[in-house]
Structure formats: structure tokens, C-alpha cells
Design a protein around this ligand. Sequence first.
Ligand SMILES: *Cc1c(COP(=O)(O)O)cnc(C)c1O
Length: 338
Amino acid sequence: MKKLALANLPTKIQHFSRWSDECGKQIYVKRDDQTGSEWSGNKIRKLEFAVDEALAQGCNLLITCGGIQSNHCRATVAVATHLGLKSAVLLRISEYPPLEGNYFLDRLMGADVRFCTREEYRDHRGDIMQEMADAYAAQGYKPYIIPEGASFGVGVLGYYAAMKEIVEQEQEMGIRFDTVVVATGSGGTLAGLQLANLIHGYGKRVIGVCVCDDAAYFQDIAARISCEALPYLFNQGEISEHEVSKWAASLKPSDFEFFEEYVGIGYALSRPEELEHIRRMARLEATVFDPVYTGKATYGMVCELREGGRLRSSENILFIHTGGLFGLFPISRTFPVD
Ligand SMILES: *Cc1c(COP(=O)(O)O)cnc(C)c1O
């Protein structure tokens, strides 16, 4: 597919033998936390398509938004700087932020930063980014606005392509993953995976574990942005005009599966059992999950792999490690390592 070639792809798939022994299933982890270092994580796969479109439109400034420790903003800043573009990020804060983690990297790589409150972010982030775009345009820039998490039509192509990558790796490895699990924060990763699964008839169960909001909220988003992705898939030669109309008419929220029980006490807030789980997995498999996304999602997996859980019917499970390591450091001083 036509896109920028920035990420280290394909990312490797590792068998987690001790975790597998523990739960009596075969657990594999796809290391999308290793897509790069500055742009590590899942967002780079979406940005490869979105920023390709930005360049095709002649844009020279990327504007996006997220929480103060947004992995997506940091990856966007890294891509912009790498390509010689300017970057501006709208960051949601509740108090004046210390210079650490992803926010530190945003600043280090030269982003323009604008702060807003939770309420402004929730109700007006689109308007504020448009206002920023207008101000930069008046200075002669040509801005390209990327919505939260790059979860929009063209961004969905990132994990549509990743699902095809997974199927190629299955063939090389001689394995079939019946279930694919990922953390969900804005819906685009799950949408892309499931859209490819549906269109190509792979027959997998694809599950997003919500780290904020609820299942109904993400089902609506996933169905909507998957529809938005269809014309892009047509332009890429992936599907026919007939398939565009067929899928546009048939895609519905219930095509997308989410577990909503593992948000815990809220977005980017951790319960003691989640931190203990992160510590346990670090010692079991030498793999560090982050507190905001992958820690919650894998904690949910552990719970659902128990007797009576919703993953008991799965045999070969692939978890996609979507990154987030930089978000662990701001909480390291209070982390229960012992
Ligand atoms: C953004 C993010 C996710 C969630 O992906 P969405 O496409 O926004 O649902 C998961 N893990 C990490 C580390 C992320 O930064």
C-alpha cells in the first residue's frame, strides 16, 4: 500500500511461554512498541498514511491533540521534525505540567505547545485546532490537522495494513491466531484491525480493551471511521467500488467488539492491582507494559483468561503491544517496585 516508510516493519511476534504456561493458552505478543524509538508505538502506523496525505496536499505543519502524556502527540512531533515540517500540539492539562515523559520529548523535538483544560478539550478541541491552523496559515504555513489518536479515515489504514502483516507472519510461523487483543483509547487501531478482518474474511475475533469511555462509544466511532476509510482503500486499489458501497451499507457498531470493564478509576489513573500486574509481567517476560494502555489491557486479558472469562474459548491469542513506555517514567517515583 502507498504510505511513508518510517516504522520498523514488520514488527516481531514473540511467544510468551511463561505467561502461556500460567493460563493454559498460547499467548503471543506483537511488538509494535518497537516500531521506532522517538516514534515508537502504534500511532506511527496511522501517521505513515495520514502524513503521506499531508505531504501530497503540500502541507508543511502538523497539528494534533491529546493528553499531556500523549504518545500520539509525541509520535506526530517526531515524524514532523524528521520530515522537516513544523509541529504544534494541543495538550490537555489539569495543572501546570512538569517537563517529563512524552511532554518532555515534544518540547525536546521542538513542537509548539498550546495547553487547554479538560472541558475545553472535551467540547472544543476541534475548534481550537482549527483556530491554531488559521493563525499559522496567516503566517504562511500550510497546516494539516490530525484528530485525536489519528483515529480518522486515512489513519485506519495503518492497522488495516498491520492485520495483513499479521496474516503474512502467521503463514511464515505456521500458526493461526484465533484472537487478537489490543488496548483502545480512540478506536482507530481496533477499527483498522477489524476492518481488514471483515473485508478479507480472516475469521478472527478482534477485541479492544477500553482504557476510557465505554464499549458503545467506541463501537460507534469504529463503525464511523471504518466507513470513512473505505474510499481510501478504494484509492489504494485494495477494494472495488462495489465493495465500497457494500461495506458502507453493512458496517455497523456491533461488528466491533470491546471489553469495557478495565477502565478502572479512569483514563491514565492506575489502581494498585494494575501496577502490581505491570511489575509481575516485567518480571515474568521482561516486557514492560505502560500504565495508561497496555497495562490495563493485559490486566483485562489475565482476568478474562480465568475460569468463566470471555477468553476461555480462545487458544492462540495475539496481544499487540502498542507502546507507551515513556508514560511509565512520570509515575516511577511512586511505583511499587518491591
Ligand atoms: C493511542 C494508544 C493506544 C490506543 O490506540 P487507539 O487507536 O487510540 O485506540 C494503545 N496503546 C498505546 C500505547 C497508545 O499510545
